[in-house]
Design a binder for this molecule. Structure first.
Ligand code: AMP
Length: 259
C-alpha cells in the first residue's frame, strides 16, 4: 500500500462512520488524492470485553460513506494482519508503552487503553506508510499522546488535527451514540451544556445535576501537560468523560483563561 500513487493521507478509524470521520476524510483529501481510511476495531484498546462486543460495526455502510467523502481506499484488516504471531510473547501482543500522561484521566479510567492505541497505530502506520495521519480533537488526550510518540520515536508521519464535529443539538458525534436510548441521548446533552457554561465550578454543578450521568472525570487542564489548569494556564481545556445508559461519552472544549 506504499507510495506508488504518491504520498498517502491516512485516517485511522474503528468504523461505524459518522460526520466526524467524514470531516477527517475530507480534510485528508485536501492534502492529496491518495486517501486511505482504515476500519479496525482494536481489541487491545478495550479494557471491557462487553464494550468491545457491543461496539457498532457496519463495514458496508462505512465503505460507502468513506468513498463518498473522498477516500480512495478503505482498508479493513483482520486481527491476524495487524497482530501477527511474531508480535506476540506467550500469546499476548507486546504493547508499546504510552508513558506518563497516558496514566491520567482517560488512561486512569481505562488502564492500558493508550498502550493499545499506540500499538495499533504503529502497526497501521507500518502497513499504510502515510505521509500524513489525521486524528480528531474529540479524543484530545489520544491526539496529545500520538503527537508526542510520533515526535519522540522519529516517526516520519505528520499528525494533522481535525476539529470536533457535533450534532445540531450540541452532542459530539461518536460511534457509540447509536447505543443511547432516546432519554439517554437527551440526558447526554448535559455535557455540552456544562462545557459551554464557562467555568469549572458551573461545569461540575451542571454535570452533577443529571442523575443519568455517571462521571469518570470533569476537569480543566493545561493542554501541554495535562496538569490541572490554574489562572496562568495558556489555552485551558475542559475534559469530560462519563457513562449514560452504559455508553461511554467523551468530549472536550477550550475554555477562557482563568476559568
Ligand atoms: P474512532 O473511530 O472513534 O476511533 O475515531 C477515529 C477518528 O475519528 C479519531 O481520530 C477520532 O478522534 C475522530 N473522531 C471521532 N469522533 C469525532 C468527532 N465528533 N469529530 C471529529 N473527529 C472525531
Amino acid at each position: 500500500m506504499s507510495a506508488s500513487n504518491g504520498d498517502i493521507a491516512f485516517v485511522p478509524t474503528m468504523g461505524a462512520l459518522h460526520d466526524g470521520h467524514v470531516s477527517l476524510i475530507k480534510h485528508a483529501r485536501t492534502l492529496t488524492n491518495n486517501v486511505v481510511v482504515s476500519i479496525f476495531v482494536n481489541p487491545l484498546q478495550f479494557e471491557s470485553s462487553e464494550d468491545l462486543e457491543k461496539y457498532p460495526r457496519d463495514l458496508e455502510g462505512d465503505s460507502k460513506k468513506a468513498l463518498a467523502a473522498g477516500a480512495t481506499r478503505v482498508w479493513a484488516p483482520t486481527i491476524d494482519e495487524i497482530y501477527p504471531e511474531n508480535l506476540k510473547v506467550n500469546g499476548e501482543v507486546k504493547k508499546i508503552s504510552a508513558g506518563e500522561i497516558a496514566n491520567k484521566f482517560e488512561g486512569a479510567a481505562r488502564p492500558g487503553h493508550f498502550d493499545g492505541v499506540l500499538t495499533v497505530i504503529n502497526q497501521l502506520f507500518k502497513h499504510v506508510d502515510p505521509r500524513w495521519a489525521i486524528f480528531g480533537e474529540k479524543d484530545f488526550q489520544q491526539l496529545h499522546i500520538v503527537k508526542n510518540w510520533v515526535t519522540k520515536s522519529y516517526i516520519p508521519v505528520e499528525v494533522i488535527t481535525g476539529g470536533i464535529i457535533r450534532d445540531s443539538d450540541g452532542l459530539a458525534l461518536s460511534s457509540r451514540n447509536v447505543r443511547l436510548t432516546t432519554e439517554g441521548r437527551k440526558a447526554a446533552l448535559v455535557i455540552s451544556r456544562a462545557l459551554r457554561s464557562g467555568s469549572k465550578a458551573s461545569m461540575k454543578e451542571i454535570l452533577a445535576s443529571e442523575p443519568a450521568l455517571t462521571l469518570d472525570y470533569a476537569e480543566v487542564i493545561d493542554p501541554s501537560t495535562f496538569e490541572i489548569a490554574d489562572s496562568s494556564t495558556l489555552n485551558p481545556r475542559a475534559i469530560v468523560a462519563g457513562w449514560i445508559d452504559g455508553v461511554r461519552l467523551l468530549v472536550n472544549m477550550g475554555m477562557a483563561a482563568g476559568s
